[in-house]
Design a protein around this ligand. Structure first.
Ligand code: PLP
Length: 396
């Protein structure tokens, strides 16, 4: 098991990155609701342009509330710094665009977030950036895919919806044999409470802060954390593309992070209890949760992670309509995409992200009709399990 000491805890979540004193001696970070910043006179402007004065200039380039969030995330991830974005996808796409150019090649693990895969395989392709898709957990396949033009290797840990955990040490070792190839891990499903990719030598860590970081299903956001020399490239692109986070959103996510460690500890425990309860049930064909001994990446997950996260995926012993009846019978979780918030959420991937496909096409991309993704909130695990059991009775 990854040592708890090396990961983000509540002390860090509450105090990490905080600057004192704050304006008006407030204990919380004020929301700086401003689109631009004023200069006292032209002399100050000249000093700023010459670089002898450091200060804010314009809202697209930075904001004090956003900087406070960025400092806290850097403390949690154990990196030089971080940059905040308007959404997880703004973070992912801006970071990728900062590291590639026409003629570059990107290696992507096949089980990546659907929109990240779409960006690499369609948008980047249109601009002359090539890619190779590698099978989940396949380090040999990764090594074989790297070319002289390869600039970036992208993966997720754990992946959605099956919770596959790539061996980050093996990935970094394989990539480091080649000059100039950077690694990027989307660690949204892990959070720095369970896994810190930077401590395994990963170059850029990205998060959809919409999920566990914010934790209250009330704000969209994204984070890119890493070393200063790479963040300056990403910042250059953020300044141009404009996907910076709004200060009101930064406030909500800062507030959410203070309970990150508490929430994730609860979600780890509840999700494992739920996964175990479902695994033995006659109406459940299979459960995917990296904390279960039966999961293909349990060994790697145990080595890298302090907890296994809050998402449990399972296949019911029924069909598309039966899975729908089960979901409708659940009383606690709401039906919605997303995960990592205080409210438990449930979704049937076949009816959401993969709705347009036929049963056969869904099977081909690994999504079964009776698959259910359960994003565990902070409710009492006993209540969630009792609710799941009575919904399973509908299938009897
Ligand atoms: C949700 C999600 C994203 C996209 O984040 P948004 O905040 O919705 O833009 C990216 N990666 C993973 C793993 C996610 O779960």
């Amino acid at each position: 098991m990854a040592s708890k000491d090396s990961l983000a805890d509540s002390t860090l979540a509450v105090h990490g990155g905080e600057r004192w004193p704050k304006p008006d001696d407030a204990i919380t970070t004020p929301i700086a609701a401003t689109a631009t910043y004023t200069f006292r006179d032209t002399a100050e402007l000249v000093a700023f342009m010459e670089g002898s004065v450091q200060r804010e200039e314009y809202g697209r380039y930075g904001n004090p509330t956003v900087h406070a969030l960025e400092a806290k995330c850097a403390a949690l991830e154990g990196t030089d710094g971080s940059l905040a974005f308007a959404s997880g996808m703004a973070a992912v796409t801006t970071a990728i665009l900062a590291l590639v150019k026409q003629g570059s090649h990107v290696v992507l693990f096949r089980d990546c977030y659907r929109r990240t895969r779409q960006f690499v395989t369609t948008t980047l392709e249109r601009f002359g950036v090539a890619h190779t898709l590698v099978e989940p957990m396949d380090i040999e396949g990764l090594s074989a895919a790297i070319r002289p033009e390869t600039k970036l290797v992208i993966s997720e840990a754990p992946t959605n919806p099956y919770g596959t955990v790539l061996d980050l040490d093996a990935m970094v070792a394989a990539v480091k044999k080649h000059r100039g190839v950077k690694t990027m891990i989307d660690a949204t499903f892990a959070t720095p409470v369970n896994l810190r990719p930077a401590s395994h030598g990963v170059d850029l860590v990205v998060h959809s802060a919409t999920k566990f970081y914010g934790g209250h299903n009330d704000a969209l956001g994204g984070i890119v954390a890493g070393p200063a020399h790479l963040l300056s490239l990403v910042k250059e692109q953020r300044d141009v593309l404009g996907g910076i986070m709004d200060p009101h959103c930064a406030y909500l996510i800062l507030r959410g992070i203070k309970t990150l460690s508490l929430r994730v500890a609860r979600q780890n425990t509840s999700a494992l209890a739920i996964a175990r309860a479902l695994e033995g049930h006659t109406k459940v064909r299979r459960v995917w949760y990296p904390g279960l001994e039966s999961h293909p990446s349990h060994g790697v997950a145990k080595k890298l992670m302090a907890g296994f996260g809050g998402v449990v995926t399972f296949e019911l012993d029924t069909d598309l309509a039966g899975a729908g009846r089960f979901i409708d019978a659940l009383k606690i979780p709401r039906i919605a995409p997303s995960l990592g918030g205080v409210e438990s959420l449930v979704e049937q991937p076949a009816l959401m992200s993969f709705f347009e496909l036929t049963t056969e096409q869904r099977e081909a991309v690994g999504i079964k009709d009776a698959l259910v993704r359960y994003a565990v909130g902070i409710e009492e695990p006993e209540a969630l399990i009792a609710d799941l059991r009575s919904a399973l009775d509908v299938l009897e």
